[in-house]
Ligand binder design. Structure first.
Ligand SMILES: NC(=O)c1ccc[n+]([C@@H]2O[C@H](COP(=O)([O-])OP(=O)(O)OC[C@H]3O[C@@H](n4cnc5c(N)ncnc54)[C@H](OP(=O)(O)O)[C@@H]3O)[C@@H](O)[C@H]2O)c1
Length: 320
């Protein structure tokens, strides 16, 4: 049987790196060929050393430059996981046109349509920020009403993919947290940021009125591996939309409390403030907690609690 081909678009990002390492370490790793794309140069050396047998390609989603080289050297992938994005909401507000050009993956989909047979599954990362944030525990069938440009580009991407792709899985992810990547990413990571701020022993402000269902990165990786294996083993038509979050709805104050409890920091360092007290240069939805029943029923995967995820994050960090 020929080897399955897996392409991670945005393999140098936070999720992309964790995912590449997991595909590489998978017991069935010999059953597939692995490739990934990056946008910036040079490629981070530790990542290359961790996944020595994979191919890398420079691709710009804005223009589609680079996809042809993948066709020539790697061929048509069986699975594409699109982790590439302009993923910082404030940056999307500053340059909406670029945010749209990157976050709506029209060049990627056009490239996939160039192959004679539609045998590729596209797993695409969306966000909880497609929801307005005015109620709790959103379900997939609830209306999407994003309050910022980032969310709007993600809604546009979902619509585009569901109209154009014969097989897809769209994952509406909450905040992704976990250990640092093998080649550290430039943006600050949520648990590490809280940990570093509280470690100074000074009071730090956290919002008490913004709620999310953060997901531990390795749970998200497990979800993507399960979808990959379902597609490559069964090949049945797939049109899936899933909320992917952890089981706990937490405010930023509760996130900080979980870190403080694990580390033994003084809880009075956590100063509770309203999100409305700070101008972050971008509107942020207040309660986009999600109902993850469909995820659990579809894949039989139970993401870890936030408390366990914090412990796993900080103990893994300590070992690195
Ligand atoms: N992190 C979260 O908490 C979170 C929460 C909800 C949803 N999501 C979604 O999950 C996905 C993964 O997030 P992440 O945090 O892992 O993202 P990330 O760390 O910001 O990584 C972004 C990736 O996109 C690539 N990229 C940027 N501009 C590009 C362009 N013009 N053409 C091609 N590639 C480009 C980057 O390549 P270079 O590194 O080479 O520049 C990098 O590999 C994204 O879709 C994000 O919106 C993330």
């Amino acid at each position: 049987m020929s080897k399955k081909k897996i392409l991670v678009v945005g393999g140098t990002g936070y999720l992309g790196q964790h995912l590449l390492q997991a595909y590489n370490a998978h017991p069935n790793a010999n059953a597939h060929d692995l490739a990934f794309t990056h946008h910036s140069s040079p490629l981070p050396q530790p990542l290359l050393e961790a996944i020595p047998s994979s191919l890398s390609f420079q691709v710009d989603l804005k223009t589609g430059n680079g996809f042809e080289a993948i066709s020539n050297a790697f061929g048509q992938p069986d699975v594409v996981v699109n982790c590439a994005a302009m993923s910082v909401p404030r940056a999307c507000e500053v340059d909406p046109a670029t945010a749209h050009a990157i976050n709506v993956p029209s060049s990627l989909v056009k490239w996939l349509q160039s192959f004679e047979h539609s045998t590729t599954l596209l797993i695409h990362l969306s966000t909880d920020q497609v929801y307005e944030g005015e109620k709790s525990f959103y379900k997939e069938e609830d209306v999407t009403l994003p309050v910022n440009i980032y969310g709007k580009t993600k809604v546009a991407a979902e619509k585009f993919i569901s109209e154009k792709c014969p097989n897809f899985a769209i994952l509406r992810s909450s905040i992704i947290y976990g250990p640092q990547t093998i080649s550290p990413v430039p943006k600050s990571l949520p648990i590490q940021w809280i940990d570093g701020a509280l470690a100074k022993g000074e009071k730090v402000e956290f919002f008490h009125d913004e709620f999310r269902c953060p997901i531990y990165v390795m749970d998200l990786v497990t979800i993507i591996l399960a979808l990959t294996s379902q597609w490559t083993s069964e090949g049945k038509q797939m049109k899936v939309l899933l909320n992917v979050g952890g089981p706990d709805k937490v405010s930023r104050v509760q996130m900080a409390e979980a870190v403080a409890q694990f580390r033994g920091y003084d809880p009075s360092l956590i100063k509770s403030v309203s999100a409305s007290s700070v101008d972050r240069g971008v509107k942020s939805p207040s309660d986009i907690s999600m109902d993850i029943t469909r995820l659990i029923q579809t894949l039989r995967i139970h993401p870890v609690s936030f408390k366990d995820g914090v412990r796993l994050t900080l103990t893994t960090e300590a070992k690195q």
